[in-house]
Write a protein of this length. Sequence first.
Lengths: 360, 290, 294
Amino acid sequence: MAKITLENLAHSYLPNPKSEDDFALKELNHDWVDGEAYALLGSSGCGKSTLLNIISGLLIPSQGRVLFDGKDVTTAPTADRNIAQVFQFPVVYDTMSVRQNLAFPLKNRGMEASEIARRVQKVAAMIDMEAQLDHKARGLTADAKQKISLGRGMVREDVNALLFDEPLTVIDPHMKWELRTQLKKLHQDFGHTMIYVTHDQTEALTFADKVVVMFDGRVVQIGSPQELFERPAHTFVGYFIGSPGMNLFDAQIDGNTARVGDATVQLDGAYTAHGKTQLGVRPEFIRLSAGGEGIPATVRRVEDVGRHKIVRLDVAGREINAVATEGEEIPADTNRITFAPGSVNVYADDWRVTPRGTDA
Amino acid sequence: MNKTVNQKAWFLVLPVLILVAFSAVIPLMTVVNYSVQDTFGNNQFFWAGLTWFEDMLHSDRMWNALGRQLMFSAIILAIEVPLGIFVALNMPKKGFWSSFCLVVMSLPLLIPWNVVGTIWQIFGRVDIGLLGYTMDALGFDYNYTQDTFDAWVTVIAMDVWHWTSLVALLAYAGLRSIPDAYYQAAKIDQASRWAVFRYIELPKMAGVLMIAILLRFMDSFMIYTEPFVLTGGGPGNATTFLSIDLVKMALGQFDLGPAAAFSLMYFLVIMVISWVFYTVMTTLDKRDGK
Amino acid sequence: MTDSAIPEVVINTHEMAIEKPRTTPKRFRPSGGAVVMGLYLLFLMLPIYWLINMSLKTNSEILGAFSLWPRNLTFENYALILTDPSWYMGYVNSLIYVLMNTAISLAVALPAAYAFSRYSFMGDKHLFFWLLTNRMAPPAVFALPFFQLYSSIGLFDTHIAVALAHCLFNVPLAVWILEGFMRGVPKEIDETAYIDGYSFPTFFIKIFTPLIASGIGVAAFFCFMFSWVELLLSRTLTSVNAKPIAATMTRTVGAAGVDWGVLAAAGVLTIVPGALVIYFVRNYIAKGFALGRV
């Protein structure tokens, strides 16, 4: 297990990148703390697989360095990095039995037979496949195969990191949930550094201690699920995480007040913001009322989605969502919305700005 | 795919049935007919029973031809299959050079078979051929028209030249169907180059290789034109394979009865061996699937 | 470890930098790949080069001093072939029966392949295997019976006779290839079309055929290939009017010995149609040779 450091890392698939747009992965500095579970979240094509492949050594970055525990491995071949990776589609050696599959990475490293047998047995118990050890891998289901790929990583107890590249794509929904729980448990029990690439926010938020959100080749925020929810650093994070995503209101910021249309909104601090300024408010923190203070709004429709209701509103021609709990009544004559205290984030050119005098 | 039971589907198969019946069944019946009759010319035939079959079974000529045939097929399979796989593994994956290799490799496959024979006939001649001249200049006593060993080497070289690309192209198609993730996983598992071949590439190629081996076996067992043009079956009978012998017997000597009996047995041998190949491979496939 | 990392890092980067070419994604291939392919392609091209070389020489030069390339470049051999109808009609004859064979094979194989890929019916498996056994039938076995059959119905020395004879091995192959491609098309497409009110023929021509266009291309390619390269049957079934080019080539053996230059030129010209076909299908070759079964 190791701490993974990325230094000034960037990658372009073009031989001579000219502008920043040519980079699939824009410059990045980050430490992946030893033993943490990370999720790398973003829509497809945002550069998350590029980043993962750089860490695993399948790709050599065009600039910057990758360090494992301070040791430069930027150009080291995959085999020397001692990492394990589980791919989107299950990769098993078809003609081998489950046992041989699990033993394969150890055998290649010239380990003693008795030690191999012991570890294979242990891993088989972890992934719950002891009964199938002597089956051929070819006939197994997709989720069993995916467990074997995982097991082939776990069997090397000293791996620096376990990398997952959207590993649950081809798994049945109910098995997805089960496998994710198992992964989480494995992490708690053995404390490997895990990096889990996904475009599914539920997967990311339920699996990881820290979520790394990527957008257009850039890491836009790294934080706990709660931080991502309450303080999205970029409007994309607000939009991508949460369902429905964060509402954005065009606003003029003036100290500790903001003007949205004709209405004035009180902010929880004094801000200095330039460029395109917006307020971001989660649907969960929008309050509906009839008359009084607030921003004028009209209810378009109300959708009951089980445990809560989604209220679709029209605010100055723009669709805004609010979430109401199941028991909550929606006033029939709703024509104003207000924001819950402390729930408003201020954005300038899509990036969050912090109030003056604070640093978070 | 689960198929619907539909007896009317026979109507869709009917054209094929009529056509193939016309070009296979009627001629085959003619052969069967000849195989049980004898003639003294003048289109007068009389029943000969199984005499021709018995004769052929005791004929050294046929057994020798069969022996040469089996040896030839075994040798070319032993060379072409590994060589084809080896070439496929070394082919460029994409870009101009990949297309270039594909085009050049396909070329021998589309040359009429007698021209293949002609090319090698010229190529191997000591007086005017590059191969023969070079061998001679290097001090080898090479002459494919006189020496049995040289004739075999030349016939085999010709077949390898002609058909290895077919195996290579099939193997290449199999290799291209392997997702990159397999190679990446193998790197992570520190698999050796041999292990990658043995556990990833070979299993994925198994299906197409089976087609390749089956096709190569069948076609090499029926080979006629190329060696006939190259060596005419000689020197002596050294390269007289089954088809060459058969045509000699039927069209050359007009021994219709023996030739027909020979034909049927020949056909039977091919079918039996192909069937064995096919069954062994499909059962291996099924056993692995468990 | 981190404490002593600074000198180590320097050494490592240095070493890695030297090894960099080896660490590109292509490094799974042995680095001698280009050498292997170079040698193999050389092996394939040399005999063909020699044929071209000879076709551009006069007979006296061929039989005279040995030379790796023509010293007195001549196109006379080609001129002779392209101006003499008894020569060039050989190409025309070959092309006629090859194209006829390809058209017939595809026309009958398409519905049959559809039946095999979609329906099960009495005796389907046996029928399929029986069809394939015809692919295994040695042409030598059929040469004489074909000769008698086509003579007796007055088709001897016609293009259609050769085209029909080649159906013996091309139809089973076409059925086999097309069946593989058709199996890849989901059955739901047929069912949807029938629900939409298409009759079988309109569905087959308008919807299904475009879906397996690549399969039809591959099947056509193989029919062309095997009909073009076959000689035993086409020579046996023709004498003058439909004589294929490959058989015409035996004319070069005369009383005065072999006319090597013309023989080589005729050989080169038989390679041209195949080379053209390959050029047009070059992007589908690998997939095509796998017969839709990868």
